[in-house]
Design a protein around this ligand. Structure first.
Ligand SMILES: NC(=O)c1ccc[n+]([C@@H]2O[C@H](COP(=O)([O-])OP(=O)(O)OC[C@H]3O[C@@H](n4cnc5c(N)ncnc54)[C@H](OP(=O)(O)O)[C@@H]3O)[C@@H](O)[C@H]2O)c1
Length: 284
């Protein structure tokens, strides 16, 4: 597996597996399948309510812990130094592990400066190998970086063919933060899986729209964590290291980028309210 070296020297697989919207009941089996077909990087979050299933699958797999790269994220309801600190220990327990490879602030809301200090301390204590953020657009990202000691290793942003994050990535590169994509397939929105340009490019290489897209971002050096509950698709999404897109293909795909979200803006007041109430509305 091709890897990326983060700003603190930690090595991360460029392609992993995300478990957002995988139900707590199905998570253990889905993650077991993902590990079986070869994924070694897993992306979960406190707010996915499925850390336990991820932990069980890792333990049962018999794969050495050091061969798995595990990411989780602190949710807004755990923001602030003390709550975040306790929530990190809770995540470690649920994940059945003594350390997390990458810990992210999930959303730029609440007392996330307190959260970040708790994460910096967890990093110094060896509970976490790298820390970073998610959904931090340039304004909040720069402010956080300038007011803390550890530069985030990763910023996980919605990144797909419609929303390429070219400008955000440029700013993050100035500071040394790696871009990681969430929703590389835009969850199928905008008729993504039938996109004509991606289909035509795929035909040349006998590859699917999903594979062409993953390959495009790999060649752009963006870290990816596509999600699927389907084992055949898990294999399909992993089979992207045996072909290379030409410069012309890369340009054609880049031209699809409108820097427009397929989901929502983090600056939309309704979205902010939704996120702030998410845990209250979803806690089982
Ligand atoms: N930090 C954040 O705020 C944030 C937000 C969203 C997501 N994420 C992370 O990013 C990961 C990926 O994003 P995502 O799950 O939102 O969306 P995604 O990976 O863009 O899309 C997942 C969807 O695509 C389908 N799919 C997957 N592979 C396919 C293939 N080869 N052919 C056809 N359909 C395919 C899946 O269906 P099936 O499952 O039915 O196959 C699912 O409906 C998440 O799981 C999560 O770990 C983070």
């Amino acid at each position: 597996m091709k890897t990326i070296i983060l700003n603190n020297g930690v090595e991360m697989p460029i392609l992993g597996f995300g478990v957002y919207q995988v139900t707590p009941e199905e998570t253990e089996q889905v993650v077991s399948n993902a590990l079986e077909v070869g994924y070694r990087s897993l992306d979960t979050a406190q707010a996915y309510y499925n850390e336990e299933g991820v932990g069980k699958a890792i333990t049962k797999s018999g794969i050495s812990r050091k061969d798995i790269f595990l990411t989780t994220k602190v949710w807004v309801s755990n923001a602030g130094y003390e709550k975040a600190k306790a929530s990190i220990d809770e995540s470690l327990k649920k994940l059945q592990t003594s350390y997390i490879d990458l810990l992210l602030i999930h959303q730029p809301f609440g007392d996330y400066y307190g959260t970040y200090r708790a994460m910096e301390d967890a990093y110094k204590e060896g509970k976490v190998r790298a820390i970073g953020v998610s959904n931090f657009y340039p304004d909040r990202y720069i402010d956080l970086v300038e007011h803390n000691n550890i530069v985030p290793a990763i910023n996980q942003l919605e990144t797909n063919i419609f929303n390429g994050q070219i400008e955000s990535e440029k700013i993050m590169q100035e500071y040394g933060t790696q871009l990681e994509s969430w929703a590389p397939f835009a969850e199928g929105k905008n008729n993504f899986f039938n996109n004509e340009i991606l289909t035509a490019i795929g035909e040349k290489y006998h590859k699917s729209v999903a594979q062409v897209t993953l390959r495009y971002f790999i060649q752009r050096q963006v870290v990816l964590i596509p999600k699927t509950v389907n084992k055949e698709r898990m294999i399909e999404n992993l089979s992207v290291f045996d072909f290379e897109l030409s410069n012309e293909d890369m340009k054609q795909i880049a031209a699809l980028n409108k820097e427009e979200t397929a989901f929502f803006s983090h600056r939309d007041p309704e979205l902010v309210k939704f996120i702030l109430n998410y845990d209250k509305n979803n806690r089982s």
